[in-house]
Ligand binder design. Structure first.
Ligand code: SAH
Ligand code: SF4
Ligand code: F3S
Length: 451
């Protein structure tokens, strides 16, 4: 039996696509190899959101080329967003790449990988079927990604995604609900709905099946066995009240939202073409928190966007202080070929970018630590993921608010347990499992009253 080895870069969308690449290859009769050495086909599912993933991939590819130099029968296949972005020159840049495919061409993998793939061949720009409808090889039995849409119709001036993932297309609600029901029957308890902008979901569907994102949340919530629903990413510009109401009313929808801010300066947001202002973003946060009091908020921040002044940057810090995010991914702006921002004047010098990223990380980490410390003493529901990464005798899981908890206890991966939180850092909580139904205790309440 021929064997493949797959390396994945990038976001959850790519991780989801990789499950389908594996599913497709296994359906073609290939087995999974544990190392690249043992594999006949070396597959890379690439990302090109910033320069860093490009460089990381280049380093991996150099290693693969060295393996192929020793064993010329190995096939090197490059898929994903970098492949799509570089389709004109990929085979020129890397002559040892045998086949390449864009994110939309995973359904056609069988057409050439199975055929040996020795002549340079590539398939790109095909967007006719959803990865979510392909066979899957999933790593975890109790958690699953579910694709709700492909592509992106936004025009954020820094972003390469619309160029490499095509126009937005919503998947039919019936297909999504059917997939979630099947997952639930297979033992999945937590789903994460995936789309570049889940809040514009459904707007392109034909009237007969048109469903908005809030209704989709309700339909998933009604499926027996699904105890947790997450989604990523919502675009602040399209986050409307019906979705907030659905989040508040659906028991399974977790108290967590990832709400990319990008910048706190309305001037910069305009140059970024995010189509919301600082005020509108803050109003949305207030509405979300009003409806879902215990909501955890995550975000994405870009520093060093062209033209960003010290004042613009300070506005970003101010919004971070005001919102008090529970977590944040912070990025140095990276020019992407073909995007409008890459051609803008006033690119920010590297030294200024690195000074700003350090400052923003310090603020984000301090607030995240404080937010996590506020959880100490509470009892949180945790979905167990397995042993802790650093200490086998400790378990690891996630709260509904999406924070990782390391805790002592006795439970299996996939169990939902109650954990008393005893300690916190900026990224994780620490605690101990308690019996189901344990409350904070009358003593604690009485103590608070008499104090
Ligand atoms: N569709 C998602 C974002 C996907 S990209 C959304 O709009 O929420 C994930 C994050 O990468 C973005 O939120 C942004 O913060 C960051 N990013 C995208 N392009 C970038 C670039 N050129 N330089 C730096 N960060 C970038
Ligand atoms: Fe990129 Fe903006 Fe689309 Fe997100 S919404 S994928 S940042 S263009
Ligand atoms: Fe994701 Fe990277 Fe593509 S962030 S959509 S894998 S460019």
């Amino acid at each position: 039996m021929k064997r493949y080895h797959l390396t994945t870069f990038g976001c959850q969308m790519n991780a989801h696509d990789s499950e389908r690449i594996k599913g497709m290859l296994e359906e073609l009769g290939l087995g999974e190899a544990t190392t690249q050495d043992d594999a006949d086909v070396l597959v890379f599912n690439t990302c090109t959101i910033r320069e860093k993933p490009d460089q990381k991939f280049a380093a991996h590819l150099a290693q693969a080329a060295a393996l192929k130099a020793r064993d010329p029968l190995k096939v090197i296949a490059v898929g994903g967003c970098y492949a799509e972005a570089q389709k004109e020159r990929l085979f020129e840049l890397y002559p040892y790449v045998d086949v390449a495919f864009g994110p939309g061409s995973i359904p056609h993998l069988g057409d050439w990988v199975g055929a040996g793939g020795h002549a340079p061949r590539g398939r790109f720009g095909e967007w006719e079927s959803f990865a979510g409808d392909l066979p899957a090889h999933r790593e975890r039995g109790f958690q699953a990604w579910v694709q709700v849409s492909m592509g992106c119709n936004s025009t954020c001036s820094y972003c390469i995604v619309p160029a490499v993932r095509g126009r937005e297309q919503s998947r039919r609600p019936g297909d999504i609900v059917a997939e979630v029901a099947t997952l639930a029957r297979d033992g999945v308890r937590e789903i994460t709905l995936l789309g570049q902008n889940v809040n514009s979901y459904g707007r392109d569907l034909l009237p007969a099946v048109r469903t908005e994102f809030g209704e989709l949340l309700r339909a998933c919530d009604a499926i027996d066995g699904i105890e947790r629903i997450r989604f990523t990413s919502p675009h602040p510009k399209d986050f409307r009240s019906p979705v907030i109401e659905a989040m508040a009313e659906c028991a399974a929808v977790c108290e967590h939202a990832h709400l990319p801010l990008q910048s706190g300066s309305s001037r910069l947001l305009k140059l970024m073409r995010r189509t919301y202002t600082q005020e509108r973003y803050l109003a949305l946060v207030a509405e979300l928190r009003g409806a879902i009091p215990d909501l955890a908020l995550g975000t994405d921040i870009i520093v060093g966007f062209p033209g960003e002044t010290e004042d613009d940057f300070r506005e970003t810090l101010d919004v971070i202080e005001e919102v008090r995010f529970d977590s944040a991914f912070t990025f140095v702006y990276s020019p992407r070929q073909g995007t409008d921002a890459a051609a803008m004047p006033d690119q920010v010098p590297a030294a200024v970018k690195s000074e700003r990223i350090e400052r923003v990380i310090a603020v984000v980490q301090r607030i995240a630590r404080e937010r996590n410390q506020e959880r100490v003493g509470r009892i949180e529901q945790v979905l167990v993921e397995g042993p802790s990464r650093t200490d086998e005798s400790v378990l690891r899981g996630r709260t509904r608010r999406n924070t990782t908890v390391n805790f002592t206890g006795a439970a299996a991966a996939g169990d939902l347990v109650d954990v008393r939180i005893e300690g916190a850092s900026s990224t994780t909580l620490r605690g101990a499992q308690v019996a189901p139904g344990t409350t904070l205790g009358a003593g604690a309440v009485a103590g608070a009253v008499t104090a």
